[in-house]
Design a protein around this ligand. Sequence first.
Ligand code: FAD
Length: 383
Amino acid sequence: MEFDLNETQSLIQKAARDYAQKVILPQAKEIDATEKFPAEILRGLGDLGLLAVNVPGVYGGSEAGVVSYSLAMQEVARACASTAVTMAVTNMVGEVIAQFGTEEQRQKYCPKLASGEYLAGAFGLSEPGAGSDPGGMLTTARLDGDTWVLDGAKQWITSGAYAGVFVVWARTGDKTTHPGGKGLTCFLVEAGTPGLRIGRKEDKMGLRGSNTVALELEGVRVPASALLGELHGGFKIGMMALDGGRIGIASQALGIARAALDESVTYAKDRKAFGKSIGEFQAIQWKLADMRTAIDAAHMLTMRAATLKEAKKPFSREASMAKVFSTENAWKICNEAVQIHGGYGYTREFPAERHLRDVRVSMIYEGTSEVQRIVIARSLLSE
Ligand SMILES: Cc1cc2nc3c(=O)[nH]c(=O)nc-3n(C[C@H](O)[C@H](O)[C@H](O)COP(=O)(O)OP(=O)(O)OC[C@H]3O[C@@H](n4cnc5c(N)ncnc54)[C@H](O)[C@@H]3O)c2cc1C
């Protein structure tokens, strides 16, 4: 199922599909097995303009829009979910800087993120004690003369060991006068800044080729020009970035689910039991039918959210609906794919088990399923 795509969207989709199928897919098993960070692949994505799909051309981006971004994410995730999440965060960082940055910040960072010169951008919101509730963060930034000094710890930072620039959230307001999210500010911190240390690398269930690390910030000094957006305006930037990011994760889950379905159809035609191919059993047919139906429904929800965002209309509720539906159904689809593959589905011989491991986190990061339902319900109740 495809909506009518415009020329740019078709070109981006085709470029992403060709690269994903020819270059990324053949490496996906090894990336997972060896936890290899896909550096060369990312440079290739940069050459194709897929690391800054929705960033204006004057800052090195493709300026191809949110629908194009979703289509590209789906294609890359269909081949390798680890590569897709790395690409997603870099796109998000580039967009945040393009949207909220000063002209100097845009010109300095966006082209490096877009081209792959930086390999990745990183998004430093979560902390060991604050994930769903960023207002509970403890990292602080205090002004010392004309420099900001950041102290604290970040957790779960995708691409942290490879990123050229980090968007870091810190508390700048006093907790009594600026409680919760009200006292947070964003800063751009370059890799290698003294005091910024890459901590423990997480040993994850899936997305094993993506790099997930803790960050320690001890007396990290950045100039006043590193402040992104407004003082105490960080919460709004975080929430706006995550709204858009949720379209990316819905797309990532869709791509993984599509791979699981395609492989299940092939297997159902090949595998014989009781003298027939298992695809001739109604039990298997119904699974395949339900998998495809859920994928199409998730695709429509995701395209709706992407189209709204592209048209600069409100899209927060729709992005949450797309994310919760797409990710939870992708998890069910990947589970059914393992079932269709029988015992082989439980082995590393087939990609089905990798898809199941990879897709699980899509219900957790960039806002858990519970948080998405809170966003949707709040919006309904405030109508
Ligand atoms: C692989 C991976 C990559 C990540 N990458 C990044 C990254 O690049 N940058 C970054 O900043 N973060 C990143 N994260 C962090 C991710 O966004 C958080 O894990 C997520 O927001 C959940 O926060 P938490 O883990 O602290 O869970 P908690 O917030 O502690 O939640 C625990 C449970 O309680 C539930 N819960 C919490 N509050 C409520 C509520 N009000 N109502 C109902 N239920 C609630 C949650 O839904 C969840 O089920 C990543 C995480 C992972 C696993």
